[in-house]
Write a protein that binds this ligand. Sequence first.
Ligand SMILES: [Zn+2]
Length: 297
Amino acid sequence: MRVTNALSVDVEDWFQVGAFEGVIERAKWNGISARVESNVDAILALFADAGVKATFFSLGWIAERHPALMRRIAEAGHEIASHGYDHARVFTFDRAAFGEDIRKARAILEDATGQRVAGYRAPSFSIDARTPWAFEELAQQGYTYSSSVAPVAHDHYGWPEAPRFAFRPVAGADLIELPVTTARLGGRRVAAGGGGFFRVLPYSFSRWAIRQVNRDEKRPAVFYFHPWEIDPDQPRVPAAPLRSRLRHYTGLKTMGGKLKALLGDFAWDRIDTVAAHEAARARDYPVAEIDKRGLAA
Ligand SMILES: [Zn+2]
């Protein structure tokens, strides 16, 4: 049986990425020319051609300034979910401030489309062992699912001990977490759910990894990318560190072709749909208790 995978786009503009946060202050964002509308419109066309639906995790900051874009996404049959207000990472908040951030972002998104927001993705996959309260807050605010954990070691993010597939992070709550996809390679976990890895490595690596997850493990992949990743003409940020620039600008020209191949080679749907299927298989992994006892997965 063909497994249906979860497709997602993290809707933020080229200047809002973690790679540039040291050189482009939030206070300057308003004065920078936006490219998010044309990039998302190109993605909508790509998805329409491939006949796939997806989830668009959108910043409240973007939805405030581009409400018509949010409506176009929703009217095309895609899911609008939350990526927080302005891309501050979860571990920079305490619980109260996190609660405020996700409440504010959700209200803006729901105002723009008139549809309920059920899902959340933390900026830079920043829910990890430091923030056991984040899942409790999401459950309390009535979210159905989160896709905020990268169960892998990485220099900017990651929670390598977390489960690789759907889990229930809060005892007694319906909330499920759908971690971004990793593959097993030589006894190690490697990131395989999109981002820089998809752009920089040959497409055959991603195809192999998603096939392994679907065929051998019989689970859906959770894949993500950003609107700026299909935009080779975006302004360059020469002041950013070399490593950040290499990571950000590599593979922008070939991204569109790789995405087309990916959409054609596998079955895809919105994350809320995949989450509903995965709910029955989600294991219990009560993060607050596990963290206190110091247990790993
Ligand atoms: Zn993001």
